[in-house]
Design a protein around this ligand. Sequence first.
Ligand code: FAD
Length: 307
Amino acid sequence: MLGPVILAASRSDRMRRLVSAAPVTKPVVDRFIPGENVGQVLPVIEELAGRGLELTMDVVGEDITSPAQAEAARDAYLELIDRLKPLGLGARAEMSVKLSMFGQALDGGHELALRNVRPVVEAAAEIGTTVTLDAEDHTTLDSMFAIHEELRRDVPQTGCVIQAYLFRTEADARRLAASGSRVRLVKGAYKEPAEVAYQQKHEIDKAYVRILRTLMEGEGYPMIGSHDPRLISIGQEMARLAGRKLDEYEFQMLYGIRGDEQRRLADEGHRVRVYTAYGTDWYGYFMRRLAEKPANLRFFVRSMVTK
Ligand code: FAD
């Protein structure tokens, strides 16, 4: 019950101001977002890479209101890529981007987002790495998939995300699997209506398994984005049955969640990529993490009450 309420709050400006200004918020936020700028996050990248983990970096921020902010987002990613270059990690540190942050929701947003994201994709390719387009709410996805297809013409390794809770996703998965794309499969983190999405956990989990099979049996590179122990072992088994080698798929988890499991899988020889978000505009990202696990909210509220 709490999840949808928190997701609704994630869209509220009033809640954004309240939560962001509360002094006790910071330590809870730090668990999921290990820095506000590139300088703070570089040591985290080196530390995770030193432990045999791979990364996908997200500069947080999604509710922008002007083309100038979209350009600032582009520049933040270009700076990150510039700072990653001397580390020589290549594809071990890739980028995840939300097209909303590149201007997708503004007037002429589709073209604006494409124009802003293209230099990031090209700069990433120049240092031997790549970009994955995150999936946001269902109204944005036709545009996201069209931008993905357009970017793949020049940079075929550009990836995208699909969400198991949406009815449309099985068809999207078939198309993407046949095209040989890199695809991250997640359950889905937004509040979606019953007309477009499964609402029950068991329905979402079953859809996840069906879609994962399509990806594993297809031509592309599946990225299993989940912390769910059952889906992780099903993923391992499906990869084995599909005859995939350990470097022909990967697991992805969020920074700050199930670190032991990330290390366990990496120690077993799996490729494990940690989605690591940083930046100052962390509100939306943080609230989705609270919505996924009510225990996070209880911890957060307790820290507010006991300070
Ligand atoms: P769940 O059933 O939610 O969780 C399984 C177990 O994992 C829980 O029991 C708990 O132990 C642990 N866990 C899960 N979430 C948390 C948490 N927040 N805090 C603490 N423990 C937790 N969603 C999108 O809509 N678009 C995206 O582009 C997107 N990208 C993602 C990228 C990655 C790498 C990952 C891992 C997730 C991404 N998500 C994205 C979020 C995703 O949709 C889910 O909301 C999220 O992963 C929780 O689902 P789960 O598969 O981990 O399973």
